[in-house]
Structure formats: C-alpha cells, structure tokens
Design a protein around this ligand. Structure first.
Ligand code: CTP
Length: 397
C-alpha cells in the first residue's frame, strides 16, 4: 500500500513498549509518515535513539520544546499534523488520565488536542486490566469515540498467563489502517470464498489445484477494513486469517457449498474467489488404498456449482464470480457472467505474466451485468480487491 497519511505514535511506559519499535517499522513500510511521542516512563523501556534511528523523524518527549519546524507549541502542531494517532502500549495511567481529562505530559496534551481518529491499545497485568476503575475509564473513552484495540490473552511480563497482553504490532497496524479507511461497507454482510478445495479419493490422496487463497484473503481483509461483517469460507491454505473476519474452514466443494449457502442466507454480497474443484472422485475410500502394478482408472463426478446454486435464488444479493481464461477473455467471461446470473465477474487471462494462481499480483478485467468492461493494469491482489469492493460499495449504495 502506498499512503501519505501521517500517523502519530504515542508510547507509554509498559513492558510492551519494545513492540512499538516494530509497529513504527510496519507503519513506515506501509507508507505512513510517522512521528513518535514517548512519555517519560516509556524512556525507561525504550530509548529515543532507537525510534529516531528507525523513523528518521524527531522523537518528542518534552512538553516545553517548541516545534522545530514551525516554532509553534508542540502538542498543537503535532495534533494538527497527524491524520491518526495510536497509543501503543497504553498504560492504565494513560487510559485513566485521558478519561479524566488530564493533560500533564506531552502525550496527554497532544491526545486531548487531537480531533482525528485516536486508537488506544491498553496493556497491563490482568489484575490491573480487570480493575473496575480501569474498565470504567475505557468505557468513558469508547463513549467519547476513542477506538480501543483490546488486549489479548497470553503470557504476561512475569510469565503468568492471563488477559492484558499487548496485541502484536501487525494487529495494531491493521487497526490503524481501519481508522483511516472509508467505512463504506459498514453494516454490510459479505461472504467471501477463498483457496482451493480438495476432493479426496482416500484419506491421503485428493484432486486439487494450485490456488493459494491470496486473492480471497485480500478481499476479506480489505472488506473488513472498510467496515463489512465478513465471513471467509476458506479451503486449505497457508495464510493467517485477517483480523476481525469470521473464518469457516472447509476442505471439499460440498463443504464449501454448505458453508457459503449458510452464510449467504442473510448476506448483502457473495464473492466467490475460491478455485473450487469441478470434479471429485465418485467414491472416496475410507482407508488408504495401496498401490499396485499397472494402470488405475478413477471415475469422476461433478462437484456442485456453488455460484449457480446461489444464482438460482438470487434475490437482492450481489453475486461476484471469478473466471480464469486462456484467450478470448472478455467474450468467455461475459458468457460466464450471463450463464451464472452474476452482477460482476473478475476475469483474468492465465497467459498474462503476473496474473492468476500463486502470484502476489493480478491482471484482471471487471465485467458487469450492463456489459461495462474495465481493464485494470497489473496490480497487487489487495489493490484488485479494493477495485472489486468499490464496485460492491457503489452497487449497495
Ligand atoms: N465456482 C463455483 N462452484 C464450482 C466451480 C466454480 O461456485 N463448482 C465459482 C468459482 O469460485 C468462480 C467461478 O465459479 O467464481 C468460476 O466459474 P467456472 O465456471 O468454474 O469457471 P472457470 O473456473 O473459469 O472454469 P471453466 O471455464 O472450466 O468452467
């Protein structure tokens, strides 16, 4: 992603402060401009030099320093500069102070002066996290429109296991991206299928295809970021599920059909990005079949066509399909869209470099019901996902 958004990273004095260095790197890699404010106690955990060396930007700690570029008051200038602010980790002291309206250090001053999206990531020992006073302070922040990334269960600083652990930097990055994304799919229920299916002949042999699931997972991540409630029905892949999506793992086309149909019942849109196997062995042996000399024939039968099944009772639901073609892309994809009664088809030509299975990019053409053809340049699967979701957001109004 390339973005010119400015993110102000506030770091308070919790043991998870070292993870803020990693978050800053992730933010920079994602294209954000980052400036850092450390509280006095954060400096006991991580030094200014570390942040400065890695961000290349000034690191601020001193309330009384004037902004070196503008000469203005630092908290005013920092809060005007930032498009989003994230406090990672946020101590109980910071959460309580912000909820009470305190502004006695540079970070609290800047946070109270900031009127954009603010994300607070509390982390502390589980007994502190459970404290009613802390819980009340968090509720006050939420009421005031502050975003809270909840702490997670796991190993705490002293080796105990409990709630209160700081979420990993990639979860905080995703939450920041969400803060800065248009929420144009808020309240929309979207079902997305991804990955291959496996059609077993016996417990250790199956028919499948090289789909990695990257396209479907990118769609799920981007749709969730834009506020959609996402159910991701995934065949076997080696990807981590995106934050905030409801993952339903399946193996075969029949299992995928059942899961997609169940989730699609009250969905606003269904995107079938999965590479569903078209055939399955007619008989699945319950035990491993031993090999023998000579040839072996296998009788195959068709798997259910999931999209065609949904199209038969389409209603108001938007249906989006994918098509892989070799040659005569637009005519074949348009015919597929008509045959399957789809609203949009995302077609790619397997002969084009950077398109299709197991690549990080794709080269696709979007064709809608009205016959409008939009040829997109080669781009990342996340950018393809953004184009597809733009169409869905527009169609859903
Ligand atoms: N699809 C489906 N159920 C199947 C097979 C495919 O829902 N059993 C969906 C895919 O997820 C994809 C679209 O249908 O969205 C692809 O249509 P399909 O007719 O299978 O086209 P191709 O995969 O391009 O293959 P072919 O042209 O050989 O039919």
């Amino acid at each position: 992603m390339s973005s010119s958004s400015n993110v102000l990273l506030g770091v308070t004095g919790g043991v998870g402060a070292f993870k803020a260095v990693l978050l800053m790197r992730l933010l920079r890699k994602a294209g954000f401009d980052v400036r850092v404010v450390l509280t006095e106690s954060a400096r006991s955990f991580v030094g200014e030099a570390t942040f400065h060396a890695l961000s290349g930007a000034p690191v601020h700690t001193n309330t009384w320093a004037l902004d070196q570029t503008t000469g203005g008051e630092l908290h005013v200038d920092l809060s005007s500069w930032a498009d989003a602010m994230v406090v990672y980790p946020a101590t109980s002291n910071f959460v309580g102070g912000l909820a009470a309206g305190l502004a006695d250090d540079l970070l609290l001053l800047t946070a109270t002066c900031f009127d954009g999206p603010l994300l607070v990531c509390p982390a502390m020992h589980s007994r502190m996290a459970a404290q009613p006073l802390h819980q009340r302070a968090l509720a006050t922040l939420r009421d005031a429109g502050v975003h809270v990334l909840d702490s997670v269960e796991g190993e705490l600083a002293n080796g105990e296991i409990g709630a209160g652990r700081l979420p990993e930097p990639d979860a905080a990055l995703e939450a920041v991206r969400r803060l800065l994304s248009p929420q144009d799919l808020a309240g929309r229920r979207v079902v997305i299928s991804a990955g291959p299916t496996r059609e077993h002949a016996d417990p250790v042999r199956f028919l499948s295809n090289p789909s990695t699931g990257r396209m479907g997972y990118a769609l799920a991540r981007m749709a969730s970021r834009r506020g959609a409630q996402v159910t991701l029905v995934s065949g076997p892949v080696a990807l981590n599920p995106p934050a905030g999506v409801n993952l339903v793992s399946v193996v075969s086309a029949e299992q995928m059909r059942d899961a997609v149909e169940a989730a699609a019942a009250d969905a606003h849109a269904v995107i079938m990005a999965a590479a569903v196997a078209d055939w399955r062995p007619a008989d699945e042996a319950p035990t491993k079949q031993t090999k023998h000399d000579g040839e072996q024939a296998m009788r195959l039968v068709r798997t259910p066509d999931i999209l065609a099944g949904l199209a038969a009772a389409k209603g108001d639901r938007l249906l989006v399909g994918f098509a892989m073609e070799t040659g005569d892309l637009e005519a074949k994809a348009k015919a597929k869209l008509d045959r399957k009664n789809l609203d949009l088809i995302v077609a790619n030509d397997l002969h084009v470099p950077g398109a299709g299975f197991a690549t990080t990019t794709n080269v696709v053409t979007l064709i809608d019901r009205a016959g409008t053809v939009e040829r997109l340049a080669r781009m990342t699967k996340e950018d393809v996902a953004a184009h597809v979701l733009d169409r869905i957001a527009t169609a859903l109004g």
